[in-house]
Write a protein that binds this ligand. Sequence first.
Ligand code: NAD
Length: 409
Amino acid sequence: MQFIEASKFYFDQAAKALSLGSRRERQLLTPMREIKVELTLPLDNGEIATFIGYRVQHDNARGPMKGGIRYNPAVDPDEVTALATLMTWKTAVVDLPYGGAKGGINCDPRQLSQDELQRLTRLWTDAMHDVIGPNLDIPAPDMGTNAQTMAWIVDQYANYKGWQPAVITGKPIELGGSLGREAATGRGCLFALEAVLEDAGRSLEGIRVAVQGFGNVGSWAARLMAERGAKVVAVSDVTGGIANPDGLDVPALIAHVAATKGVVNFPGGANASGEQVLTCDCDVLVPAAMEGVFTKVNAKDVRAKWIVEGANGPTTPEADETFRAAGVTVIPDIFANAGGVTVSYFEWVQNIQAYPWTEEHVNRELRARMRKAYADIKEQARASSARDLREAAFQLAIQRVARATKLRS
Ligand code: NAD
């Protein structure tokens, strides 16, 4: 729950810098609507199991709300609310015409059969169909859910409102999903890094990158950065780490992980521990696994000059202090990993227009959005007392939401 406290800390700090006042702060933090429903699932073996389904709709001042659906035993109201709030700030940073929401079911998807998962997802949709919709709240995949889950939701929703693919994003391509969505978060990390490096008079060519987490975000970020001339010198996942100061062959590593389920024992490098990957000699570190990775204890050992937060909440506020003092630039999660929600927005636009884009068009638009967001964050930093990109990004987001709220009231 450490990220819940951290995001509240960043909000408080930004709200103070913006002199919002306690009434506006309270209005911005209070979720618009919190829904909690009983989902009783008939199991394959004839028994029943009861789960709790959630949707927290935090804020819709800037447009319909957007956020993932998570299937995980740890899903609880506080977590869902904190994640919904973060979505409000994330969509505002990249200037999408959205607010923030989040939802989920407190289940362990690995313990359920495909049929059970399908029935559970349809039950969730039955319970939520009146509060989600293309102009209300548009869910997407998150931990434990995927394109198939989204396909069941769009199908079940059609029973109530007809075929409306824009009710949900992250769908299979055949049902209106967007080309480029799978790589979008990693590609957004690449574009964020590219813009920040340019500012420092550097390019990706020859830059040494280490990546923690080699799932969707980490493997795409590594692959795309390598394609642009970066040298990926170390990678870790839940099985351990692998390093090669001359650069790992990323496509070969991806094939190795597909075959063996982990990065360890990759023939093109030497095994390393997860901690060694975080503190290796590199220029750029991409945490793309989980929250709370950099703490007061280990931040001082990081040798990278740039950190690209592919994961949500990898840096604690104490570690931020250490990085600031050491001149390490942290590209914050609410900007760095916003590529996924940005291409989700493109999917929604394509669905509404019933006009699919080419992958090249998606990637071009994504790059333009990320670069514009970085320019806006920099401008905010210049015009305010923000001490780093995270503070500036929070200020930018909260100010945008506060302005929309005021204009509508
Ligand atoms: P994923 O499940 O595809 O991959 C997670 C990776 O982290 C796996 O390779 C796993 O082995 C690794 N990992 C787990 N524990 C680890 C540990 N202790 N040390 C090193 N590696 C470890 O997940 P993902 O979709 O790539 O998401 C990663 C992070 O990015 C999460 O924080 C997620 O919230 C965030 N994120 C994802 C998206 C997206 O579009 N997928 C968008 C925004 C943010």
